[in-house]
Write a protein that binds this ligand. Structure first.
Ligand SMILES: [Zn+2]
Length: 275
């Protein structure tokens, strides 16, 4: 049999890097070589939009369910009555079609895990610092069988709340620089995967909201403008021209994992940045 008849299909995998409270204008004003190589060789927009109610709980839930708060019902950081039976975490949707997927969620801010139902995440870890999150992520990526991973880093949001969410605040800028270094370590360990050459990773980088002064939560451009970066072999390189929303993250991840997007899921997000 001729070898040319055998198509070797690379295995599609997804890594989502969530940087809490990172304004796009501040990101662009910071020296971030690791994040830069992702967007400069990928699909990107620095004009994407998060929810008008720009609290972390609301926005992370929109990112990870692919629907807005009117559906997922998370209206704040208390996660009182999330409507996860009807609008679950995208890990749940993915596993409906591919039950063997190995799904990882490694985070700093623990409430994010309140929308995970039993078995949604194969591995879930909540770490106290971004350094610990980074080490845990790097270890898992280097050594374990991972199909999709969500990572949450909190240091930038913390700097914003304590010293101000502005590009002219050196402490906020330094926090973004430090986060870029952590992302560099994560990307480095990803490339050390034994089977990396046969894997087709889509890397998505985004944030839940911006901020002004020392807070966020409002419907102002400073709070609701976010960035969206997609990197990998299957992305359409360059600035994304259509409107992009935080809900696109889950939907784009599902698409790359070869999940059929079902109408009955009533997803609000769209696929963004892929060919
Ligand atoms: Zn946040």
């Amino acid at each position: 049999m001729a070898l040319s008849f055998i198509e070797i299909q690379a295995q599609n995998k997804v890594l989502i890097l969530g940087i809490d409270g990172c304004r796009p204008d501040a990101l662009l004003a910071t020296r971030t070589p690791n994040i830069d190589q992702l967007w400069q060789n990928g699909a990107y927009t620095f004009k994407a939009k998060t929810d008008n109610l720009s609290w972390s709980g609301v926005c992370w839930t929109s990112m990870l369910t692919g629907v807005w708060k009117e559906k997922h019902k998370v209206y704040g950081n208390g996660y009182e009555n999330p409507n996860i039976e009807e609008y679950p975490h995208f890990f749940n949707l993915a596993k409906q079609q591919q039950p063997d997927l190995r799904t990882y969620s490694i985070i700093n801010w623990s409430p994010i895990h309140k929308i995970l139902q039993e078995n949604d995440a194969t591995v879930m870890k909540n770490r106290l610092t971004d350094g610990m999150v980074t080490r845990s992520v790097a270890n898992a990526l280097k050594n374990e069988d991972v199909n999709v991973m969500f990572v949450h880093l909190d240091h930038v949001d913390h700097a914003g709340h304590s010293t101000g969410f502005t590009p002219d605040n050196p402490k906020y800028i330094r926090a973004i620089e430090k986060t870029d270094k952590n992302i560099g370590k994560i990307l480095n360990s990803l490339q050390k995967r034994k089977n990396y050459a046969n894997e087709n990773w889509l890397i998505l980088v985004s944030t839940d909201h911006g901020g002004s002064g020392t807070n966020h939560g409002e419907a102002t451009p400073e709070h609701t403008t976010i960035f969206y970066i997609a990197s990998g072999k299957d992305v359409e390189k360059g600035e994304i021209q259509k409107p992009v929303y935080i809900t696109d993250v889950a939907v784009t991840a599902l698409k790359h994992l070869n999940i059929t997007l079902k109408d009955e899921w009533k997803l609000d997000g769209h696929v963004s940045g892929l060919k």
